[in-house]
Design a protein around this ligand. Structure first.
Ligand SMILES: C[S@@+](CC[C@H](N)C(=O)[O-])C[C@H]1O[C@@H](n2cnc3c(N)ncnc32)[C@H](O)[C@@H]1O
Length: 195
């Protein structure tokens, strides 16, 4: 099996369309260390692909993530090409340390998402909420995103299968959404475009 072929089946069919030299070169290494960077219950590869697609379709210029964990979703988001800033108060082994270092467009901040302050930043933003799944924390993350957002910005929630996240998603749609989309994935995902 050629490295390209292996890459095609182990990462995703769609990723082939966005071929990323470094990722292809490092894919075998990622696969060998799969258990380090992908944890059951975290975003799966189909969801990562949907997240990537949303960011591309919405033509976002900045991405902010709550919940870096091992950096799997941040690695995917780095493929969009714009700056990605990801927050997690607990520093864990990062997938990029296995594959030659952090992508240049990713900034990891060891802090709660609540520390985010990008109100004055120009350009369309995407906020990806995948931090603590308790209502209080998810609600605070949504509040942080809203506080830093402008009309047309996007919030994507992961883990809609959690009742608390579903509630925060619904509240965000009702109070701040112009349109929304729900994805029936393994853990459930939802997108809200803000008014
Ligand atoms: C489900 S994991 C994130 C998985 C990651 N997004 C992925 O798909 O690869 C949740 C992470 O949120 C972090 N977390 C908890 N509270 C947080 C907060 N207030 N701000 C940011 N991250 C937080 C946890 O430490 C944990 O690593």
């Amino acid at each position: 099996m050629t490295p390209e072929h292996r890459h095609y089946i182990t990462v995703s069919k769609r990723l082939k369309l966005i071929q990323h030299d470094e990722l292809i070169k490092n894919e075998m290494l990622l696969e060998e260390n799969r258990s380090v960077y992908w944890v059951s219950g975290w975003m799966d590869e189909d969801e990562a692909e949907i997240l990537y697609d949303i960011a591309c379709q919405e033509k976002v210029e900045h991405i902010f993530e709550s919940g870096t964990c091992n950096g799997f979703s941040a690695m995917w988001l780095s493929l969009v090409g714009c700056p990605v800033t990801t927050f997690d108060p607990i520093d864990k082994p990062k997938v990029w340390d296995l594959v030659g270092g952090k992508p240049d467009n990713v900034t990891y901040i060891q802090s709660d998402f609540a520390a985010l302050d990008c109100k004055d930043l120009k350009g369309k933003k995407l906020f990806f909420i995948d931090g603590d799944h308790g209502f209080e924390y998810a609600d605070e993350d949504a509040f942080t995103a809203l506080l830093n957002s402008s009309s047309g910005d996007v919030i994507v929630f992961h883990d809609l299968h959690y009742r608390a996240i579903k509630q925060v998603f619904k509240n965000t749609i009702e109070e701040h959404g112009v349109s929304h989309e729900q994805y029936k994935t393994r853990y459930g995902m939802g997108k809200v475009i803000l008014k």
